[in-house]
Ligand binder design. Sequence first.
Ligand SMILES: [Zn+2]
Length: 471
Amino acid sequence: MKRRTILTLLVVVLATALMARPKPKYIFYMIGDGMGLNQVAATEMYLAECDGYIGRKPLCMTSFPVTGLITTFSESNGITDSSAAGTALAAGVKTTNGTLGLTGKGEHYKTIAEQLHQNGWNIGIMTSVSIDHATPGAFYAHVTERSDYYTVGTQLPESEFEFFAGATFYKPYLENKPEAPNVYDLCNKAGYKFYHGYDDFINNGVGADRAILIQKHEGLENTYLGKGNLPYAIDRKGDELTLEQITDAAIVFLQKKEKPFFMMVEGGQIDWASHSNDAATVIQETIDFDKAIRRAYKFYSEHPEETLIVVTADHETGGMALGNHKYTLNLQLLQNQKASVAAISDRLKKMKEEKGKKLTYDEVKALFQETLGLYDVVEVSKDDDAKLRATFKQMMKNKAHDTKTLYASLNALAAKAVQLLDRKAHIGWTTGAHSGAPVPVYAVGAGAENFTGVYDNTEVMKRMLKLAEED
Ligand SMILES: [Zn+2]
């Protein structure tokens, strides 16, 4: 062969290699529900303050080389709900608030999980809330009302996806229609095996064809966990199931089949804590979600050419702001909070039930001291003390109505105490609902560069699918 021909050949080979489209074989789609830019920034600045400096201590997700911003409005509203946002992220279409997996006109689009499954990929859908909730549901269900949790659940086994995980099902049966099949039975019939907790799964579930990993249920009665969620990271005890364990379980389970895999991992309770305007819990949930991301990143480090990780959010919740007073933040104060507002509320309700009229304000103060550091390391002014005492008096007359959030009914006094701590940390909240703010995208791995820029939430799935599809 002539030297010139060899040279030409070399150039062609090199050019082809350079032009070859990165083709991920393993995709992690990680969604922090309600995780706006400030939820992330507050977490990083909090971690820095706890280490004694002003600045940011980077999370794993923000260390990714590619960042983008996505708009989140829905077809019907400037401020989306989780079902319309989930549908945009999963199926690439805008829909109306409340609709899950269908357009506003009821048209049915295949989600990225359904399309890849059809192409022979293994699929995992995981969350820290209930598996029939809006974000996980958006990947396998198609219903006109996201609140129809039962129907969402019944559609899960129809997906035939290999792996699901979450706290449990929120509505596995219909109270008013006992003859309707229960979701657990439907899943069993479709060949799914249930595993309770990480150890049960690792010891018994790895060889199953289809698996559903849920939490153990003992000891969860009479707590805020009635909506089928995992305990918040800030409240976690013992060997309670974590999102990091769920991610690890999915990697073990989906990888052994030697096929490509796609998994969606939702940090579902950044949203719930933001609905409750509970900054310390938001921060701990964000750190916890980042641990799941770190687990995915470890997998990426072992398969860098074939793995794509995209982290984003469905919307921002709470209108969380860094600053409510001059030019000061005091985020490290949030270290003193040892329980979520939901857990503090549970304890206060229980104290009131048990002690009745004998409950004293000193006992409540002791609770706030233990769980929030108030009246101890966190100073409470005379004014603030008077306000808390006034709410206590109202509560004792049964006139302090619960503060209702989307997913919780919080004791008004517990909510006020946490509001006080957040105010002193100089965190602001504009709403108990969602906001219309754009949300971040962080990406690393094969094809990650496609996720830079400012674009719409419907684009994420389209760009991901394009990378994953056959040539
Ligand atoms: Zn959401």
